[in-house]
Design a protein around this ligand. Sequence first.
Ligand SMILES: [Zn+2]
Length: 268
Amino acid sequence: MFNALMPLARPPTAKVNATSSDESRAGVTSRPPALKAIALKCAPFRTAGQLVLPRQCAGCGLWDTDLCPQCQQLLSRSATLLNSDLLPATDLAIWSQGTYAGALRQIVLSFKSGRHRAITGAVLAGINDGAATMVPWLACQLAKDKPLAIINAPSKLSRRWHANLVARQLAQGLTDYLAPQLDIAVVSADPLRLRSGKQLGKNSRQRAQRQVKCLADATGWQVVLVDDVVTTGATLEASAKAIEAAGGVVVCAWTLAAAPTKKRTARP
Ligand SMILES: [Zn+2]
């Protein structure tokens, strides 16, 4: 059962701050390179490319940098446990490192689009600072005799086709951070898939829950779910239901950002 996950996991010692070239070697970025990417990759043309297509901060648009110090700080904010009363679609405990608005929203959009590969390392490195607040809480929730699987929410087929697996990268980054912090085995896995075809259900929550399936036997797993942005929690809830149907126990979820609601606040 547990071994079924292992081929999907990278060693916990893998570096968190993967560079864009690391990603290319890992096959993460197989999308055809854009003109700007070609110009910036080829050393002889780098200067000319930057003159023609100058760099801008992914968050605030400041010139001549991929990510300015102020925007980098947004990625390193301490994760907080969201108020479950304001997540109508789920009862899961969900941690988030920031609010999906302003510069952080722009950074996340750039990260998801794959246009700004240079910020991937900064996004993953931000987990090291931000997730620290979650560790003591998580350690209290976990059974000591079961492994922990960090599982990303399912990606759309188009994202999987282009190998632009944002939640997968975040899950690997969180795994690399948590593995040395906890006294149990921590692995990263990607067993969740979206079902194809039209899904029937009485309401959007029921339909969402039927759209996710778990490809592996999850008996004996403790699971932390990972996604880039949480809005109502419906996707995370559907993912949790799929894992529970496969025999696993979902402890909590972690997200890079939470979409703002009128009343959403962090728990004390
Ligand atoms: Zn900036």
